[in-house]
Write a protein that binds this ligand. Structure first.
Ligand code: NAD
Ligand code: UDP
Length: 320
């Protein structure tokens, strides 16, 4: 990357005020890029990026990505989309629009300015997987008319658009499939399992396990994930993905609850609630491709990552 301040690379991060987007903006600024953060603040928060606002290389654009955007940039990370089931099911039509029209708008921009563009896709493209662990070649098992479809099919269609713009228009694409990622700056009311359990445990409220808690997920700490995303963006042009990014250590949801109760010294009891329809029963990434092509694998064990996340929520809950 150029070191002269006049030819710094300009990077657009859509969804930059969200959980992962804010960590990404911070890391890119540290690496010397000029960063434009675009967000409509549906699930993102200005306080996630307050600490970056004094940085002269940082710029904020309030914009809804279902509308076209005209900017001059060299790289684009496309993260704009609610990620928690509670939020993406709140307005499912809008979720589809954000994924699909957002992808079209971002790819049109990338085509016009010849920018490299990375799509934050998801393990949800595998649906409730019939193959375990999930490799990139697996085409998935998604219910196209269920409540999760607005997100799963929206993200699948976005991948289709990325590959069609690549084949048809030579757009320089990169696609990563992110598995459950957690860490500081998750929204306390986000509804995802790690933030829910930590906030419940810190308040000594019942921990809400959906189903019997035997379903599994593999949890990746945000710092590791950001490292993988940037490595993918910087990988040689011939490698477009999709590539799985996630931590292959697999846990039952009940084990996660017990671990969080222990780490927070909480008095919370466990409450079992009905399992939502189409909730995937097992999920674990096969990350051999990321290891081979990006030299990437996560280094933060769950207990250590949870410790940092609990510290963040403790400060938030106590109003520090
Ligand atoms: P998040 O909800 O914290 O961030 C999403 C951001 O996108 C928010 O700031 C939100 O305001 C913004 N946004 C939503 N709709 C928009 C629109 N129409 N126009 C502009 N901005 C919009 O979620 P996150 O966990 O940071 O996820 C970021 C991306 O990574 C998402 O695309 C998500 O699908 C993907 N992803 C995340 C995970 C995970 O476990 N965190 C897993 C798989 C994929
Ligand atoms: N879950 C739970 N209690 C909660 C929130 C989630 O038991 O309060 C379960 C959910 O049913 C799923 C898993 O935890 O099996 C992960 O849910 P999350 O919403 O974090 O992400 P998903 O991987 O389902 O998109």
């Amino acid at each position: 990357m150029a070191s002269n301040k006049y030819d710094r690379q300009r990077v657009l991060v859509t969804g930059g005020a969200g959980f992962l987007g804010s960590h990404l903006c911070e890391r890119l600024l540290d690496q010397g890029y000029n960063v434009i953060c675009l967000d409509n603040y549906f699930t993102g928060q200005r306080q996630n990026i307050f600490h970056l606002m004094d940085n002269r290389q940082f710029e904020i654009v309030r914009h809804d990505l279902v509308n076209p955007i005209f900017l001059e940039v060299d790289q684009i990370y496309n993260l704009a989309c609610p990620a928690s089931p509670v939020h993406y099911q709140y307005n499912p039509v809008k979720t589809v629009k954000t994924s699909v029209m957002g992808a079209i708008n971002i790819l049109g921009l990338a085509k016009r300015v010849k920018a490299k563009v990375l799509q934050a896709s998801t393990s949800e493209v595998y649906g409730d997987p019939a193959v375990h662990p999930q490799k990139e070649e697996y085409w998935g098992n998604v219910n196209p008319i269920g409540k999760r479809a607005c997100y799963d099919e929206g993200k699948r269609c976005a991948e289709t658009l990325f590959f069609d713009y690549h084949r048809q228009n030579n757009v320089n694409i990169k696609v990563v499939r992110i598995f459950n990622t957690y860490g500081p700056r998750m929204h306390p009311n986000d509804g995802r399992v790690v933030s829910n359990f930590i906030v419940q445990a810190l308040n000594n409220e019942a921990i809400t396990i959906f189903g019997d808690g035997s379903q599994t997920r593999s949890f990746c700490f945000a710092d590791d994930l950001i490292d993988g995303m940037i490595r993918m963006m910087d990988s040689p042009e011939g490698f477009v993905g999709p590539v799985n990014l996630g931590n292959p250590a697999e846990f039952q949801i009940r084990e996660l609850a017990e671990q969080i109760i222990r780490l927070t010294n909480s008095k919370s009891r466990i409450e079992f609630l009905p399992l939502p329809k189409d909730d995937p029963l097992r999920r674990r990434p096969d990350i051999s491709l990321a290891k081979e092509k990006l030299g990437w694998e996560p280094t933060t064990p769950l207990e250590k990552g949870l410790g940092k996340t609990i510290k963040y929520f403790k400060e938030l809950v106590s109003g520090k």
